[in-house]
Design a protein around this ligand. Structure first.
Ligand code: GTP
Ligand code: MG
Length: 439
């Protein structure tokens, strides 16, 4: 339906009725408030700034309490995100506050990748929320929302200009989180220098296309204060949890030999402005912007990446069901193709192995035949040798018998002719031996 049709239709259908008496739906806002109060709120702050810039002190000053703080070392190998959650209560309102510290930010020699862990942390929180939303049984009602609602970016009070690390990091973060830049330790910079520094920072942010959070001016109730405050950005803050006596009052301040810097004195610093804007006036807008702008962008990109679309190629509406069916078909086709490829691969592999095995079998058979031939040859040679040896043995035995016979005969002859001459005997023996050898 076109927008004009819709307008006509709604104008025709909408009728104003005057009620005869009290019905009660005017209590809807109250119902909403009491439900929200019962449910409690969550607010998540990300603190990005160099080590020792005053992040923890400012958080303690903002919430007027002492959160556990642990000094970060300057020797972190990479930037690491450290979330800590606290349950706070003011009147009957419960707030689950998560403060996430970017530990080790600005301490690495190579700072090229310093922004990456921060971006990844923010995306992980969005992803967790998206996963919860996509569940069949969602429990968003009591889900602990860890999405970052605001990033307080602590700028070092150099009085010069922003560092490239600041510009790169803020640029990488500006589409993912509401950035509020603040000049930390503003008591270390003079009033005129601070004024110039603020102007310089804002012009650098604009020229580099960094989108920082603008306090909303569309709600009449806060439009005026918010537009005034937008002109004060970046807030120059001082943090301290120390109480100093000023006049007859104890105030949070930083005491120096030359005087006292009062945290909540608007002529000393912008701490009160930050607290007002961040907590009292715009906390709900920060939560809303996170959900409606940053999370929405993440969700859209993620779903598009997964192949979901609102319209088909002809610009016609495309339902989730249709997208699902198309994706399912694509997936099944892909699966079948993969299966066929794998089957073919398997068949080829089997064939290859089979031919390899056959080849090996042939080799083995040839080797066997060769060995068999060698063996037969050896056997034949051994047989021949055996025969020769047997013949030699027979010849030897015959000679042995002949020698023994001759010895017997000679013994007999000796006993019959004892006087026969030795020479003749020897001759006879030689002749006999000659005969034996011939045999
Ligand atoms: P890491 O967590 O270790 O990175 O430090 P951090 O950024 O949390 O700084 P932290 O709050 O621990 O403060 C570091 C030092 O700076 C302390 O000595 C604070 O007293 C001092 N400090 C904090 N805020 C201010 C400030 O506004 N002005 C001045 N001059 N000093 C401050
Ligand atoms: Mg700290």
């Amino acid at each position: 339906m076109a927008a004009t049709d819709l307008e006509r239709f709604s104008n025709e259908e909408k009728r104003n009725l005057s009620l005869g008496g009290h019905v009660g739906f005017d209590s809807l806002p109250d119902q909403l408030v009491s439900k929200s109060v019962a449910q409690g709120f969550s607010f998540n702050i990300l603190c990005v700034g160099e080590t020792g810039i005053g992040k923890s002190t400012l958080m303690n000053t903002l919430f007027n309490t002492t959160f556990e703080t642990e000094e970060a070392s300057h020797y972190e190998y990479a930037v690491r995100l450290r979330p800590r959650t606290y349950d706070l209560q003011e009147s009957n309102v419960h707030l689950k506050l998560t403060i996430v510290d970017a530990v080790g930010f600005g301490d690495q020699i190579n700072k090229d990748e310093s922004y990456r862990p921060i971006v990844e942390y923010i995306d992980t929180q969005f992803e967790n929320y998206l996963q919860e939303e996509l569940k069949i049984r969602r429990s968003l009602f009591n889900y602990h929302d860890t999405r970052i609602h605001v990033c307080l970016y602590f700028i070092t009070p150099t009085g010069h200009s922003l560092k490239s690390l600041d510009l790169v990091t803020m640029k990488k973060l500006d589409s993912k989180v509401n950035i509020i830049p603040i000049i930390a330790k503003a008591d270390t910079i003079s009033k005129s220098e601070l004024h110039k520094f603020k102007i310089k920072i804002m012009s650098e942010l604009v020229s580099n296309g960094v989108q920082i959070y603008q306090f909303p001016t569309d709600d009449d109730a806060v439009a005026e204060i918010n537009s005034v405050m937008n002109a004060h950005l970046p807030f120059a803050v001082v943090g301290s949890t120390e109480e100093v006596k000023v006049g007859n009052k104890m105030v949070r301040a930083r005491q120096y030999p030359w005087g006292v810097v009062q945290v909540e004195n608007e002529s000393h610093c912008d701490f009160v402005k930050l607290r007002e804007m961040l907590i009292r006036v715009n906390m709900e807008d920060l939560r809303e912007q996170t959900h409606a702008r940053h999370y929405e962008l993440y969700r859209r990109c993620k779903l598009e990446e997964m192949g979901f679309k609102d319209t088909d190629p002809d610009n016609q509406p495309f339902s989730l069901q249709e997208t699902y069916e198309t994706k399912r078909k694509e997936f099944l086709c892909e699966l079948q193709k993969k299966e066929e490829e794998m089957r073919q691969m398997f068949v080829n592999k089997v064939k290859e192995t089979e031919s390899e095995l056959k080849e090996k079998e042939r080799d083995l058979h040839e080797k066997f035949e060769h060995l068999k031939r060698i063996h037969q040859e050896e056997k034949r040679k051994v047989e021949e040798k055996r025969r020769e040896l047997e013949e030699e043995m027979n010849a030897f035995n015959r000679r042995k018998v002949a020698v023994e016979t001759l010895q017997c005969q000679s013994l007999q002859a000796t006993s019959q002719q004892p006087l026969k001459k030795d020479k003749d005997k020897k001759k006879e023996w030689i002749v006999t031996m000659w005969d034996v050898n011939i045999v």
